[in-house]
Design a protein around this ligand. Structure first.
Ligand SMILES: *[C@@H]1O[C@H](CO)[C@@H](O)[C@H](O)[C@H]1NC(C)=O
Ligand SMILES: *[C@@H]1O[C@H](CO)[C@@H](O)[C@H](O)[C@H]1NC(C)=O
Ligand SMILES: *[C@@H]1O[C@H](CO)[C@@H](O)[C@H](O)[C@H]1NC(C)=O
Ligand SMILES: *[C@@H]1O[C@H](CO)[C@@H](O)[C@H](O)[C@H]1NC(C)=O
Ligand SMILES: *[C@@H]1O[C@H](CO)[C@@H](O)[C@H](O)[C@H]1NC(C)=O
Ligand SMILES: *[C@@H]1O[C@H](CO)[C@@H](O)[C@H](O)[C@H]1NC(C)=O
Ligand SMILES: *[C@@H]1O[C@H](CO)[C@@H](O)[C@H](O)[C@H]1NC(C)=O
Ligand SMILES: *[C@@H]1O[C@H](CO)[C@@H](O)[C@H](O)[C@H]1NC(C)=O
Length: 801
């Protein structure tokens, strides 16, 4: 009876089917700083002549939809924020005979209720990609520098290469921060000799990949990038599910690899570190292939595995010669609670470590009740909601034109969204200039249009460095409730030295400290902070040139912010995925990618509890990128930082000389016991110490870091300090751990577990209670040095293995 009923319900669905809200709503988004006032952000490929019938060649129509307006690509343009596009695909099968070329700042989005298929014709050229995010030019170079391919999404698309009888990639994805491929399916040839690959990524500095399904292919995916966070990927019937071409650090969470010859081949000598969590390998010949490692580079190929199930897997780990290093069970299940290979600091080290069945501590507050996996949740797309549920910012009289004050309109909009359980605030594409705080109350759900919706603080209220003031405030201090926000950028214009881009105060209820399906954490997906370097910011090449020759002279108008984001002490239960808090190091609009100097004091300060940072990067803030103070139960998986390129000219904290004790600002004079030359006595290399911290942890408990890339490439714009292997010395120290601060007594920092920590340019990799625990040349890996395990929780890992 029940089965019949569910069949009937399923059959009834098409009767109520309507197009995805994103297709149906009025399209009122604008590109505020584009000189062409008729420029269109939202493009439905059908309006450009695509048929989606699977017969007619839609290549030209789709490329016309992408390139309409004066967009960035192919003629010298290497970046632009003023010409964003959302290219929308209604249901259908779109046959293509040549690549679809993704220009800068393009979001390719399909109907998630009936996912469109992009199908390569049998005549599709070999060696190319159905969707090429960054094509090779005739000079053999990528059109866009891969590490500057920002602000891209591909969502809800089925890529089908099965008609093509030779080598082809579904998506070519050299990519950097604020990019994601989300909810896509890759249908590849089951004939491995045909050489298909789902995602081909050979360069970049990402990024996030999530909710992807791959069928067939010689390779489901080939990944090479500095770092990436990869979550919820399923592979079936690939010869090799994932070929890791190279990396410094990749974090894989919730992989499901089924019926493949090889799961993850990470044997390349250019692979620094891999973290695999909460995954399963079923009917796989060899789950993981590792390489032959150089005994002088003991950090290479660091590997951390937690909570992985192998079912009918004869070899869990094999080497390049096909020998088994770890056996599995050809007809049964093996569960791996914890495996690690790499240099161990516990907290002293290093010792070369390799071990299986390690009972790693796993804080239950970071897991869904009753489950062994760490909590995870995908970006809501509201696909079950009709267009009428979306409250447009335009209907609330917000102009988004980058010059009208939209403060009141946005506050009204967010109040309205919060007061209804069926409404969602929709921020049509545009720049919403605000002169006072925008308050987002509990129960609000907010979604932007692609990545083209920017809330931009400007004016006096944000300009006083001794009176920091939030641009966007999520919850008032002490407020309890739940919010969802996605696809929004928070930013500023001009001199706003007191601006805190996002202040997050909300405490989201749990069931006795535990997240459950009915009490999920609040979420911020693809919510980014961007200071300077974009058209309309008044912080571009002409405004904020670099000042290498003039020590300590800073244009006051280029002091752009106080802090990117503050998660305050009452805040709790927040899930963040794919967020990039960026102080511009170059002007995106400039065709030479010219460097600029924009100053923002602090990156992400976390004082709350139960926070997940899944795919998270914070770059170029003056005092620190991440600072955790009295924080508890924090999950960080692949985090990434960069120290400002100008330091130590001037050194930290300049120009933020007024330290804020309430925020536990670092005191570089106390923390850098220096010689008169400004260097740390006991460390080699004469490296400057008063440099931004990448990660500073004070009095915090149960902090889990599953992959970190903390980079310091420059001194006074020169990379000599990071490229000269004889002495990695851009900065003395980069990661700092302590208990209390000053006279303030916080608890001790305890239960800290860091896996696959990659640093570049710092002499000391971890400094704990004033002691330098790991030095870069003890654990050489790739271009980065890699610590496999650092723990200060008093557990002797060696004894457990
Ligand atoms: C994983 O991705 C699939 C779609 O590919 C989706 O249906 C599922 O909900 C996702 N699971 C999680 C935990 O995000
Ligand atoms: C694994 O990858 C390496 C390249 O990094 C390759 O040489 C080797 O053949 C691959 N192993 C298998 C079994 O495919
Ligand atoms: C091994 O690593 C050391 C240190 O990085 C390097 O100097 C040497 O060239 C490497 N040898 C090989 C064979 O790659
Ligand atoms: C910074 O580098 C420039 C060269 O690019 C040099 O002229 C200047 O003296 C340097 N400044 C300091 C403080 O080292
Ligand atoms: C880029 O730099 C070159 C050489 O310095 C200069 O000739 C050119 O005008 C610059 N182009 C742009 C768009 O700024
Ligand atoms: C630290 O956090 C705890 C709650 O986890 C709170 O009770 C305590 O007051 C905080 N301490 C400081 C110094 O903020
Ligand atoms: C960087 O190193 C190169 C090669 O040794 C040298 O010519 C150059 O002057 C150095 N630059 C700085 C800023 O020290
Ligand atoms: C940790 O355990 C190992 C192996 O049992 C032992 O050799 C080592 O001395 C222990 N270290 C500490 C600090 O207790």
């Amino acid at each position: 009876m029940r089965a019949i009923l569910s069949v009937w319900l399923f059959a009834a669905l098409p009767l109520v089917y309507a197009a995805f809200w994103m297709e149906e709503i009025a399209h009122q988004g604008i590109a505020a700083f584009n000189p062409d006032k008729t420029y269109t952000v939202f493009r439905n490929v059908r309006d450009y002549g695509a048929k989606g019938d699977g017969i007619i060649d839609d290549t030209a129509a789709i490329n016309a939809a992408i390139s309409a307006g004066n967009r960035c690509g192919g003629y010298g343009c290497v970046g632009a924020t003023i010409s964003p596009a959302i290219v929308y695909f209604p249901p259908g099968t779109y046959l293509i005979t040549n690549p679809i070329v993704g220009l800068f700042y393009t979001q390719i989005i399909g109907d998630p209720n009936d996912m469109p298929v992009i199908k390569g014709a049998s005549t599709f050229p070999g060696g190319k990609a159905l969707l090429d995010a960054d094509p090779y030019l005739s000079n053999g170079k990528l059109n866009y520098i891969s590490t500057n391919v920002f602000f891209r999404q591909v969502r809800n698309i089925v890529f089908d290469t099965t008609a093509i009888p030779y080598e082809v990639w579904a998506v070519h994805w050299p990519s950097a921060q604020a990019t994601v491929i989300h909810n896509c399916v890759f249908k590849l040839s089951p004939n491995f000799e045909e050489g298909h690959t789902g995602i081909y990524m050979e360069e970049g500095s990402g990024g996030m990949l999530t909710d992807l399904v791959f069928y067939g292919g010689q390779y489901g995916a080939q990944f090479g990038s500095q770092q990436y966070t990869v979550r919820n990927l399923t592979f079936s019937g690939s010869q090799t599910a994932i070929l890791q071409i190279w990396n410094w650090g990749f974090t894989y969470k919730s992989l499901s690899i089924n019926n493949c010859e090889i799961g993850l081949n990470m044997s390349s000598p250019d692979v620094g570190s891999v973290t695999v969590l909460d995954s399963s390998f079923t009917d796989v010949g060899t789950a993981i292939i590792v390489g032959r490692y150089n005994s002088s580079a003991t950090g290479l190929g660091s590997l951390l595995i937690q909570n992985v199930k192998y079912t009918n897997v004869p070899t869990v780990m094999g080497n390049l010669d096909g020998d088994a290093i770890l056996a599995g069970n050809p007809s049964g299940a093996v569960f791996e609670y914890g495996y690690a290979k790499g240099n161990l600091y516990s907290p002293e080290g290093p010792s070369v470590f390799q071990g299986r069945d390690i009972p790693f501590d796993q804080p239950s507050a970071l897991k869904l009740q009753d489950q062994y996996q760490y909590y995870e949740r995908s970006k809501p797309q509201y696909e079950d909601y009709p267009a009428s549920s979306f409250l447009s910012a335009r209907s609330y009289h917000a102009t988004g034109d980058g010059s009208t004050d939209d403060t009141k309109a946005l506050n009204d909009l967010f109040q309205a969204a919060a007061s209804s359980s069926t409404n969602i605030a929709f921020l049509d594409a545009g720049y919403y200039l605000v002169t006072d705080t925008v308050y987002i109350p509990a129960n609000a759900r907010i979604v932007g249009e692609g990545l083209s919706s920017v809330i931009m603080g400007a004016g006096e209220k944000f300009s006083d460095v001794s009176n920091p003031y939030p641009v966007v405030q999520i919850g008032q201090p002490g407020e309890v409730g739940y919010i969802e926000m996605s696809d929004i950028i928070v930013s500023t214009q001009g001199p706003t030295a007191g601006a805190i881009a996002i202040q997050y105060n909300l405490k989201t209820p749990t069931l006795g400290g535990q997240v459950t399906a009915s009490t999920p954490p609040s979420g911020l997906w693809d919510v980014h902070v961007r200071f300077g370097g974009f058209g309309g910011s008044k912080l571009q090449v002409a405004d904020c040139p670099i000042t290498p020759d003039i020590t300590n002279v800073i244009e006051p108008a280029c002091i752009a912010g106080y802090m990117s984001m503050h998660i305050t002490s009452n805040a709790g239960n927040l899930y963040m995925e794919n967020n990039w808090l960026w102080v511009a190091d170059h002007d995106i609009e400039d065709w030479n990618q010219t460097r600029i100097d924009v100053f923002v004091g602090r990156g992400l300060l976390i004082e709350g509890s139960n926070i997940w940072l899944v795919g998270n990067a914070v770059e170029h803030h003056t005092l620190y990128q991440y600072q955790l103070v009295n924080a508890t139960d924090i999950w960080m998986g692949q985090i990434q930082t960069e120290t400002p390129y100008y330091q130590p000219n001037p050194q930290a904290p300049y120009p933020f000389t007024q330290l804020n004790a309430d925020l536990y600002d670092p005191d570089f004079i106390t923390d850098c016991p220096t010689t008169s030359a400004g260097t740390v006595d006991q460390l080699p290399g004469n490296a400057p110490c008063a440099m931004a911290w990448a990660l500073r942890i004070l009095g915090s408990k149960d902090v889990m870091v599953f992959g970190a890339g903390l980079y310091s490439f420059f001194n006074n714009y020169s990379t000599n300090c990071s490229t000269n292997r004889a002495g990695e010395n851009c900065q003395a120290r980069i990661m700092w751990i302590q208990d209390g601060i000053g006279t303030e007594v916080l608890g001790s920092t305890s239960g800290l577990q860091v896996y696959n920590l990659n640093t570049i340019g710092s002499v000391s990799m971890v400094t704990s209670k004033g002691q330098d625990m790991a030095i870069w040349d003890q654990t050489i890996a790739t271009y980065a040095s890699t610590v496999g395990i650092f723990r200060n929780d008093g557990v002797n890992v060696s004894a457990m293995a």
